[in-house]
Design a protein around this ligand. Structure first.
Ligand SMILES: [Zn+2]
Length: 328
């Protein structure tokens, strides 16, 4: 077993992880690298299509968001209030509604509504449609697992394509490229980052949101940690392994935002008891009030110590660094 990220051969420790999202219980071999701490699948199954059934959550059709005049009115003012501070309606609406999560991302990327944005592994493009309602207009999505290209009436396209193909065909450059819980599903992270570097504008921002292994839930639950999602997640990165990968593609990690919530722990605890994600809700409510309070104390401690199992990495191209060749 050779670590595909840092190429270490010594002391990689194997473990068996079971499929628990759909509850098939099928076993998969993973191994953990003691140098870069990346956890990875030993062998990528040849027929991944069968692990993404038609009703997989990312593929729901969300077309009604393409035309939604009321939300468009409110969301565009909320964006204006956040980015320019100039809409009272937007400020009031934001005080009483759920936060628009994409505002933090575009704010960090330093782009306004005319920024060029690519969402990789976007399913049917729900996030892009929401950003469209907020006034963002130069939006593209790609996902190789959708049935066919989707062209929404508001001009947003979602193409059935992976990023390596897009980088070969397109001369476009994007100000923000986002991978929301997509990067860990990709078999060739080096090929993907290489393609991403070619598609990113010189001062563009790359956002990668993924489950991370250097976290409390992994330490506590090991092979039962819900972040593994065997066999769909091929790589569970640590901050260190992501740094090694980024450097190889002349990128720098500018910022990492770590989060974890109660379900990071309860779902892993259910897996530990052999209860998969797809059992009815009432069967999952097996935790006592006492246990829930204890989970909440752990969540508070986990987030205080930056040990949550989700990380949002913000990266940028480093023009000063020569690309480091990929070892053969
Ligand atoms: Zn490694």
């Amino acid at each position: 077993m050779i670590c595909r990220i840092c190429h270490n051969r010594k002391g990689n420790s194997g473990l068996t992880v079971r499929e628990m999202e759909f509850g098939t219980g099928e076993a998969f071999d993973y191994f953990h690298c003691p140098v870069c701490h990346c956890l990875q699948i030993a062998e990528i199954p040849g027929d991944m299509g069968r692990y993404y059934p038609e009703n997989y959550f990312a593929f729901d059709r969300t077309g009604r968001l393409a035309k939604h005049p009321f939300r468009q009115f409110i969301d565009s003012r909320r964006v204006a209030a956040y980015l320019r501070g100039d809409s009272l309606v937007g400020r009031l609406a934001s005080m009483v509604s759920k936060p628009l999560d994409y505002l933090e991302w575009v704010d960090h990327a330093g782009i306004n509504a005319s920024g060029r944005i690519l969402d990789v592994g976007c399913g049917s493009g729900r996030l892009l449609l929401r950003m469209g309602l907020g006034g963002f207009s130069r939006l593209l999505g790609i996902d190789p697992f959708i049935k066919e290209d989707i062209r929404y009436p508001n001009g947003i396209d979602v193409l059935k394509k992976d990023i390596i193909d897009l980088s070969r065909e397109s001369r476009d450059r994007f100000d923000l490229i986002m991978f929301h819980h997509a990067f860990e599903h990709m078999a060739d992270p080096d090929g993907v980052l290489d393609a991403t570097a070619r598609l990113l504008a010189p001062k563009g921002c790359l956002l990668i949101a993924i489950p991370v292994v250097d976290s409390y839930p992994w330490r506590r639950y090991g092979a039962h940690w819900r972040g593994i999602r065997a066999p769909r997640h091929f790589f569970l990165f640590s901050e260190k392994s992501m740094g090694i990968l980024a450097a190889r593609h002349r990128m720098t990690i500018d910022r990492v935002v770590r989060t974890g919530n109660r379900s990071s722990l309860t779902e892993s605890a259910l897996y530990e008891k052999g209860i998969p994600s797809n059992v009815p809700e009432k069967e999952k409510k097996i935790f006592s009030r006492q246990e829930i309070l204890s989970f909440d104390r752990d969540v508070e401690k986990m987030n205080r110590n930056r040990e949550g199992d989700t990380a949002c990495f913000y990266l940028s191209l480093n023009p000063q660094t020569e690309p480091i060749p990929h070892p053969s």
